[in-house]
Design a protein around this ligand. Structure first.
Ligand SMILES: Cc1cc2nc3c(=O)[nH]c(=O)nc-3n(C[C@H](O)[C@H](O)[C@H](O)COP(=O)(O)OP(=O)(O)OC[C@H]3O[C@@H](n4cnc5c(N)ncnc54)[C@H](O)[C@@H]3O)c2cc1C
Ligand SMILES: NC(=O)c1ccc[n+]([C@@H]2O[C@H](COP(=O)([O-])OP(=O)(O)OC[C@H]3O[C@@H](n4cnc5c(N)ncnc54)[C@H](OP(=O)(O)O)[C@@H]3O)[C@@H](O)[C@H]2O)c1
Length: 406
């Protein structure tokens, strides 16, 4: 009952997530005017702008009481959070009362995105869930899953969060689906094992290690093995760190390692692909520059490379794309090519961009990237009489440096 009420309220109030809770934003927002939740193009982008991208968590979020279309943030409402004066969807579904969705056939990507590399954990999947329009989210949020229907008695197993890889309207632009980019955790003869020798069976991709002790990640293997029609329990959405700026002229520098590409894909769909991001003059609402740096171990692991190449071709003046393939490339000094090694090739240009208050940096994936940034920009900051850590701190304070790593 509570869940039904929450869902009904969400349907009625979904535009509230996109509406300013205090004074209306003066400039036209990146996301444009809000749409009705029943509109085929889904929720508008106006609200997300200024709020930034949010991560959507798949999991078992308890149904929250109805969110209403309020303007003031004075009264704490359930199911929404006010970020920079705007309401965004927030923990509409909890672990105790998750939303029950279904895995759908994806019209954009088939499940497995990568090719076998010889490593046990080579597989990363793109999986899409139908949420019937009842789990609204915005770019940069996450959803949680507790093993996605892996139950311990009446309760789901421990919740895992996943960054949402689709834009608010979903890959099919109906606002009824959410997609994730999930890496299958497989560890062979490591510290932990949940399959003894002889017990490991081929997964959906056909990979098996029957001769070894194997640890298979509970949630990631469950998701990677799903097929269309399977039920899934979703919690969230959550996350306010990775939201996109509202200013359509903002510049977006994206740094992703591996599945850290998920929120960046969400942004790029909005900026360069979706109807929701199109302007009335036939161009895009987004007028700034977007520059993606992606770090992966092998060229066979270059996630969403096809989409990035398409944007690069269609928007050469707005989208730049560079990648670091750590186990195949080296820099001129013979060093392993990490994302920061690649960025160092453009350090002056990037530094210049970061001086512009319209520039936002988004970092997602491995924690090591943070110290990598210091290596990359420390010398140039010093040359300019600054200390990188202080500069990064100031950017964070100005809400221009968004980091989600671990
Ligand atoms: C905000 C956020 C966003 C995320 N987004 C993504 C995303 O977009 N895509 C993605 O693929 N992942 C993402 N993750 C990671 C994800 O949440 C999971 O952690 C990941 O999928 C592994 O979960 P699992 O259940 O498969 O593995 P688990 O079963 O949880 O195993 C994880 C690790 O625990 C170790 N382990 C096993 N037993 C023990 C023990 N007894 N003691 C200590 N350690 C043990 C294993 O060796 C293994 O390395 C995100 C995480 C966060 C916090
Ligand atoms: N919102 C979030 O917080 C969020 C979202 C998505 C993913 N994640 C996390 O991000 C991680 C991504 O892992 P993955 O398995 O998907 O990635 P992956 O495919 O293994 O790629 C990671 C790449 O980063 C390189 N790398 C290793 N150490 C680095 C360092 N210090 N600095 C820069 N690059 C470095 C790796 O190189 P080598 O392996 O060759 O050394 C590899 O090329 C996971 O831990 C995932 O859970 C977090």
């Amino acid at each position: 009952m509570a869940q039904a009420a929450a869902v009904g309220a969400l349907l009625g109030a979904s535009t509230a997530f996109l509406a300013p809770s205090a004074a209306p934003a003066p400039a036209p927002a990146l996301r444009g005017a809000p749409h009705s939740s029943r509109d085929s193009t889904g929720p508008g982008l106006a609200g997300a702008a200024g709020v930034g991208a949010a991560a959507l968590g798949l999991g078992l979020l308890a149904a929250r009481p109805a969110a209403t279309a309020c303007r003031a943030a004075a009264v704490k409402k359930k199911g929404v959070k006010v970020v920079h004066g705007k309401e965004i969807p927030w923990n509409l579904f909890s672990p105790k009362a998750p939303y029950q969705g279904k895995v759908v056939e994806n019209d954009v990507h088939k499940q497995t995105l990568t090719e076998p590399t010889g490593d046990a954990n080579w597989e990363t999947t793109h999986v899409t869930f139908d949420h019937g329009g009842k789990v609204p989210y915005i770019e940069g949020q996450s959803i949680g899953g507790s093993g996605f229907a892996v139950m311990k008695g009446e309760q789901p197993a421990k919740i895992r969060l996943y960054s949402i890889a689709s834009s608010a309207v979903g890959d099919d632009q109906t606002s009824k689906t959410v997609s994730l980019c999930v890496k299958r955790v497989v560890e062979v003869d490591g510290k932990f094992a949940n399959r003894q020798k002889g017990e490991d069976k081929p997964d959906k991709a056909g990979t098996a290690y029957p001769e070894n002790q194997v640890y298979r990640g509970v949630c990631s293997n469950h998701i990677c093995d799903m097929t269309p029609g399977d039920e899934v329990l979703i919690t969230g959405p959550t996350g306010a760190e990775m939201l996109l700026p509202e200013d359509p002229e903002a510049n977006i520098i994206m740094l992703a390692t591996g599945t850290g590409i998920a929120p960046m894909r969400s942004y790029l769909r909005l900026l360069f692909h979706d109807k929701a991001g199109a302007s009335s003059d036939g161009g895009r609402k987004f007028k700034g520059k977007a520059w993606l740096f992606m770090g992966v171990p092998y060229s066979k692991s270059l996630l969403y490379d096809d989409e990035h190449q398409t944007y690069k071709k269609a928007f050469p003046d707005q989208f730049r794309y560079d990648y670091a393939v750590s186990r195949e490339q080296k820099n001129a000094a013979g060093q392993k090519m990490y994302i920061q090694t690649k960025m160092a090739e453009y350090a002056e240009e990037l530094w210049e961009m970061m001086q512009d208050e319209k520039t936002h940096v988004y970092m997602c994936g491995l924690k090591g990237m943070e110290s990598g940034m210091a290596e990359c920009f420390g010398p140039i900051a010093e040359k300019n009489g600054l200390v990188w850590t202080e500069f990064a701190k100031a950017m964070k304070k100005a809400d221009r440096y968004h980091v989600e790593v671990y």
